[in-house]
Design a protein around this ligand. Structure first.
Ligand SMILES: *[C@@H]1O[C@H](CO)[C@@H](O)[C@H](O)[C@H]1NC(C)=O
Ligand SMILES: *[C@@H]1O[C@H](CO)[C@@H](O)[C@H](O)[C@H]1NC(C)=O
Ligand SMILES: *[C@@H]1O[C@H](CO)[C@@H](O)[C@H](O)[C@H]1NC(C)=O
Ligand SMILES: *[C@@H]1O[C@H](CO)[C@@H](O)[C@H](O)[C@H]1NC(C)=O
Ligand SMILES: *[C@@H]1O[C@H](CO)[C@@H](O)[C@H](O)[C@H]1NC(C)=O
Ligand SMILES: *[C@@H]1O[C@H](CO)[C@@H](O)[C@H](O)[C@H]1NC(C)=O
Ligand SMILES: *[C@@H]1O[C@H](CO)[C@@H](O)[C@H](O)[C@H]1NC(C)=O
Ligand SMILES: CC(=O)N[C@H]1CO[C@H](CO)[C@@H](O)[C@@H]1O
Length: 773
């Protein structure tokens, strides 16, 4: 989550002159009143979320109509909507306080909501419309503010929350309409500096599409993101004007903007399914000769009726030498005269054609560095990972069950679970999951802290959905023995077949649970089984008994702060595991502490993948003691962006000196080749695995025993000696857009360093556009 300041925000607000562009945009007519909200189970069920640490009577679910909003298209609903968000002593950006105790869903029934000032989004808040008739948030002609939805309102010239600490937020099923604001007035649909475990999904943003429009759909100036999918922007100077450490975008459509995407800065960004139509420029890498964009991966995309697809300032002598990486794979062009334009020449002609592959940057295949400038051998995509049209990778958005009737949803609280953080809910949850899985019923986890003392088993057929990220929290003896690891949530048992869908939840632990495997995925699933917005959050939340008081950074690794054996285990039985925006987090700070004080919580392993046909889009794994991701015996793996961080306390102790150490039974890395005294957890290890294509990987090590000087820009990058190991038995591995921070040796192949950071300096990290074995 750590942020490093790259640019001052003053640079970033739209104001540059617009480029003329063709086309007219689609306008949505304002009309329908809120009374015509079609049935949607999430709105219509009984609302009984229980936030145990909030004041009594605290409401998790809020319907904006209950706070005086009308949705009639004319009444100014701004104040009522903001009241629905802030109600219940919730802390806004001015209070600058993150929280695990006051979650909220703010629901917008169908209708047109007139808005004259920003809707100020809060931490741990989901703004949700009806997928059967998304509400329109319509700016008045005199609207002013940083964004119609402002995800991090400025207070005294600074963002209220530190953007890299903003977690647990969603915006979905909404239409944002700025078309009443004159095109000559700068205006933004969503201002969204944010980080892991956040998402914007199924949103349409209509802005002014005149030739001189100063509008933009999305503006992000920083953060450690993040996920967006199924988002459409119509019109604008910029469809999106965006900078962030790393981000994943799936199925993003931009029509009729001057520049569809203005990439202000990044370390890496993965686009899968980018659709750009009728724009002048598709993606513009800002920054000029001194590049500010680390890199982009764009795959399975379609660009049409657009003069220039990518405008870049990269040259093979631009600085920093390893910035401006570009990877294009399977991109269809339709009437796009120039595909890639450099500062003084065209790098790739366009037309109506398919770009099978094109790249620029440094490459190691597997030796290097060499300059990649042109085509490369694209991935021969395994059939088990392909779906939809042509050779596109299979993708599937988070199921919202829009047409499911309310009587096909079973509440876990109605089934006897309490979610109060103290009652043992194991049996009630297991009984409910078992009976619902057979008949297609959704099991709905009303918000709560569900303490369990034994494994929760999710059987085939289950559809499990949470209300604003409820948490299943393991507690007690079953989970306490690190030499006898034990699953908290087991998704399918060995041999189980079928489909399981799981979304919007967290799994955590209470107290010392050194043997907990938070999620064990065994399902031999149908394609489309998986997890969407399911996170592990180990420590740092009220009720976890793993907060500042119990686990301060000054403490030696006491048993009570050894909190998990592993976050996620995708076993060798698992097939067709699909994942979107899942984040596996050993807490580095206490989110309920007023100054986000750091904590030392010790866990063993992040994500271990041993299965077949695995897709992981937009994922991160942070602060586990031995590794963040390990692929061991895995076949057919695709995904991106993969983001990791090493524990901040390392190397005191480091990965060789506990409290979790290498165990041959688990085929853990042995750390035999790292520089002694500098053996932090690996970000990524691959062994005995085949056909892996990773589109965007960032392995970061910011700290040495809580000191960041080892990762300073221009410094010695010696927070740790190695972070990415490719060991024996690996075939057909491709890594695109690879970034490291604070690491001396970027890649270790068969025990020998294959790439050093100093050959590959980028905007802040070191970068390699393409690594393949
Ligand atoms: C693109 O422009 C053409 C002609 O100007 C128009 O017919 C078409 O509807 C536009 N497409 C979109 C998606 O707006
Ligand atoms: C992309 O998003 C649009 C709008 O939400 C949706 O209609 C379409 O089905 C999505 N396409 C894919 C491939 O997910
Ligand atoms: C690029 O960076 C160099 C070194 O910091 C500086 O001297 C130069 O003025 C910069 N160029 C531009 C166009 O900003
Ligand atoms: C490409 O970017 C450069 C530098 O920002 C700019 O001068 C030029 O006009 C752009 N060209 C196009 C076709 O967008
Ligand atoms: C499905 O099973 C659940 C849990 O036993 C039950 O409450 C529900 O009524 C069943 N639904 C149907 C449609 O059979
Ligand atoms: C918010 O709190 C953090 C941590 O205490 C602090 O570093 C930051 O300056 C604060 N920001 C504002 C705008 O008050
Ligand atoms: C690693 O060593 C094995 C066994 O000697 C060899 O087959 C493999 O090609 C090596 N891997 C790379 C990437 O050089
Ligand atoms: C091998 C190589 O290209 N090294 C470059 C890495 O980046 C630095 C900073 O831009 C250059 O000075 C090196 O030449």
């Amino acid at each position: 989550m750590r942020w490093v300041s790259i640019l001052s925000t003053a640079l970033l607000v739209a104001g540059a002159s617009a480029v003329p562009h063709a086309g007219k945009h689609r306008r949505i007519s304002s009309s329908s009143a809120a009374s015509s909200d079609p049935s949607y189970w999430l709105a219509d069920i009984k609302h009984q979320g229980n936030a145990p640490a909030a004041a009594s009577g605290y409401k998790v679910f809020r319907n904006v109509l209950d706070y005086g909003a009308t949705g009639d298209g004319t009444t100014d609903d701004t104040e009522a909507i903001n009241k629905a968000i802030s109600d219940g002593d919730r802390t806004g950006p001015a209070a600058n306080q993150t929280t695990s105790t006051t979650p909220a869903i703010v629901y917008f029934p169908a209708g047109t909501y007139s808005v004259s000032a920003p809707i100020v989004d809060f931490y741990f808040t989901q703004l949700i419309g009806n997928p059967n008739s998304p509400a329109i948030l319509k700016a008045t002609s005199s609207f002013t503010g940083m964004g119609l939805i402002d995800g991090d309102e400025y207070e005294n010239g600074a963002e209220g929350w530190i953007s890299t600490n903003i977690f647990l937020r969603q915006v979905r099923n909404l239409v944002i309409d700025l078309t009443a604001i004159p095109g000559t007035t700068a205006a933004t649909g969503i201002h969204w500096p944010s980080s892991q475990a956040t998402s914007v999904e199924n949103v349409v943003i209509n802005v002014n599409a005149d030739a001189d429009s100063q509008h933009q759909g999305i503006f992000i100036e920083d953060g450690s993101g993040g996920w967006m999918s199924d988002v459409t922007v119509n019109g604008g100077l910029y469809g999106m004007n965006i900078g962030n450490q790393q981000f994943t975008y799936r199925n993003i459509t931009i029509n009729n903007a001057a520049t569809a995407i203005s990439q202000i800065w990044d370390w890496g960004w993965t686009y899968i399914g980018l659709n750009i139509q009728n724009c002048t420029t598709g993606i513009s890498l800002q920054g000029g000769v001194n590049q500010t964009v680390g890199g982009l991966n764009v795959i399975d995309s379609t660009i049409s009726n657009t003069k220039t697809f990518v405008n870049t300032s990269w040259t093979d002598t631009a600085t920093p030498a390893s910035a401006g990486n570009l990877i294009l794979e399977n991109v269809v062009l339709d009437n796009v005269p120039t595909a890639v334009l450099g500062p003084s020449t065209t790098y790739l002609e366009g037309g109506s054609t398919t770009i099978a592959s094109f790249g620029q940057g440094h490459k190691y295949t597997p030796t290097g560095p060499d300059t990649l400038k042109g085509t490369f051998a694209p991935v021969a995509r395994p059939s088990g990972l392909v779906g939809g049209s042509g050779s596109n990778y299979f993708t599937k958005g988070k199921p919202q069950y829009a047409s499911t009737p309310v009587d096909s949803v079973v509440s876990i609280r109605d089934s006897g679970a309490k979610g109060d953080g103290t009652t043992d809910d194991t049996e009630a949850i297991n009984t409910a999951l078992k009976s619902a899985a057979g008949n297609g019923t959704i099991i709905f986890f009303d918000y709560g802290i569900y303490k369990v003392t034994d494994t929760i088993y999710i059987p085939p057929g289950a559809k499990v959905v949470g209300e604003s990220y409820p948490i299943i929290a393991a507690s007690g003896d079953a989970f306490s023995d690190a030499s006898n690891p034990y699953p908290v949530v087991q998704v399918g048992k060995s041999g189980d077949k079928g489909t399981i869908e799981w979304s919007d939840m967290r799994v955590g632990t209470i107290g010392g649970t050194a043997g907990a495997v938070l999620i064990e995925w065994n399902l031999n699933g149908e394609q489309g089984s998986g997890m969407w917005d399911v996170h592990t959050q180990i420590g740092g939340w009220t009720g976890s008994e793993l907060q500042v008081e119990q686990c301060p950074t000054s403490a030696s690794p006491a048993a009570k702060c050894q909190a998990a054996f592993m976050s996620l285990h995708i076993t060798k039985d698992a097939q067709n595991f699909y994942s979107e925006n899942d984040w596996f987090w050993t807490a580095d700070h206490d989110v309920d502490d007023p100054t986000n004080t750091r904590v030392s919580i010790f866990t063993g392993r992040g994500v271990l993948v041993e299965g077949t046909n695995i897709a992981m889009w937009g994922t991160g794994s942070e602060h586990h003691g031995l590794y963040q991701f390990q692929f061991d015996g895995a076949t057919n793996v695709v995904g991106g962006y993969f983001q990791t961080e090493s524990p901040y306390y390392q190397p005191s102790p480091d990965a060789t000196s506990g409290p979790y150490t290498s165990d041959t039974k688990w085929n853990d890395p042995d750390f035999s080749t790292c520089l002694k005294g500098n053996c932090d957890a690996l970000g990524l290890r691959i062994v005995d695995s085949s056909s892996l294509s990773l589109y965007g990987v960032g392995l970061y090590s910011f700290f040495n025993d809580y000191d960041t000087s080892c990762s300073d820009l221009g410094g010695s990058a010696d927070c740790q000696s190695e972070v990415f190991r490719v060991d024996s038995g690996v075939s057909d591995l491709k890594v695109y857009g690879y970034n490291t921070v604070g690491v001396t040796n970027m890649i270790t192949v068969n025990g020998t360093s294959a790439a050093v950071y100093s050959d590959n300096l980028s905007v802040f990290p070191a970068s390699i556009a393409l690594f393949s074995t």
